[in-house]
Ligand binder design. Sequence first.
Ligand code: ADP
Ligand code: MG
Length: 416
Amino acid sequence: MSLLKDFLLQLTLMVIPIFIYFTFIIERVKRSKNRTLIMSILWGISIIFCMSFPVNFGQNARLEIRIIPLLFGTLYGGFWPGIILSALIILYRLYFGISIGFYNTVLVLVFSLPVILFFQRSFASSKKDKRVKIAVSLAFYYCAIGLTFSGFLRGFSIDHLKVQIIHLLFVVVVTYFLTMLNETIMEIHKLRLEMQKSEKLRVISELTSVFAHEIRNPMQVTRGFLQLLNEPDLSKEKKEYIQISIEELDRANGIISDFLSFGKPTIDSNERINVGYQLHRVVNIIKGYSLNHSVEIKTDILENCWIYANPQKLNQSLINILKNAIESMPNGGIVWVTCTSTDDGYIKITIKDQGIGMTKKQIERLGSPFYSLKESGTGLGMMVSFQIVHSFKGKIQVNSETDKGTEFIILLPQIA
Ligand code: ADP
Ligand code: MG
């Protein structure tokens, strides 16, 4: 009975950091660096408790699952949390005295930490299922190494092996459940953020469609009268004022146009369209603009990729992204436009530039209304594009590095 209690305690020590993190930290701490730091501290505390209250299997057989906080800390946190948590394990083990167990701890860490760090990168870029597989395999590997070394150091015996195998099973099962738990909560959290964002956009789109028309009419009237005022015998100065007024009105009109095009396309307006064909059209439309900026557009477009969407809206969102790509290269360069189909049923459009790029923070703000770093930018292009792609049940991913360039990946559900 007391064994069971010990195991349950160990399990609880693993779950508590996850709950603390998702309940108190993830929403309140905005910087991801700080979040990683706090999570590492939580895992560190968990390791200390874990090692202080191990499962006791008679003499010399202390079992605990400190690998799990170490594994999670490293896989989710990266290199430094991994190193620091390992150092913590070694130091705390040292506190219990130098014995065979201590050497065992050090040896196992030396052989397993590099492997965990090696797989951390592919873990970070993987999806849920693969993540679970990586975490479980690493936990298994760690325990297998532990089993081998302690066999060599203490001698192989049936009793000892039994304990180790129970340990291995326990660790693997707990790793599986905790990774699933962590990933599921993260998914729900992400979904909630997306919902909040799309709700914000929905409200804006409703407001705009009401106001835009009302504002446009008086503007058109004003513009008309301004043109009438512009008589040949006016002084040069006054002519200039009128010209500026008209230009400003046109600019305001442009912003309203951007806004109006934003909003859900009605279901009726969607049709079966060939993305390849539309991409060629878009590239042709924007060619003049790109030449003016000494930008060359290179294409590699798969013909015959069909999606269900509204062609005008799709083109508009592509033009917005292409325009940004061109504008990101003040000294000219190349924009690559490709279109392929993916194994999981999407049409994948990529638009890649060699421009100034964006920082992580800038990428996060991308698509917020009026977010622009340009002198005469409206900060509406991306908002409109995101909204349009989402309305076709598509996704946009942005990869960017400052001074290297930006890549927009648009995924749209393919139809036969
Ligand atoms: P605007 O182009 O009017 O500024 P957008 O919504 O189209 O508004 O873009 C918002 C901001 O995002 C831009 O001002 C720019 O700073 C940034 N941005 C968008 N695309 C790129 C890109 N390809 N490279 C670098 N920065 C970009
Ligand atoms: Mg733009």
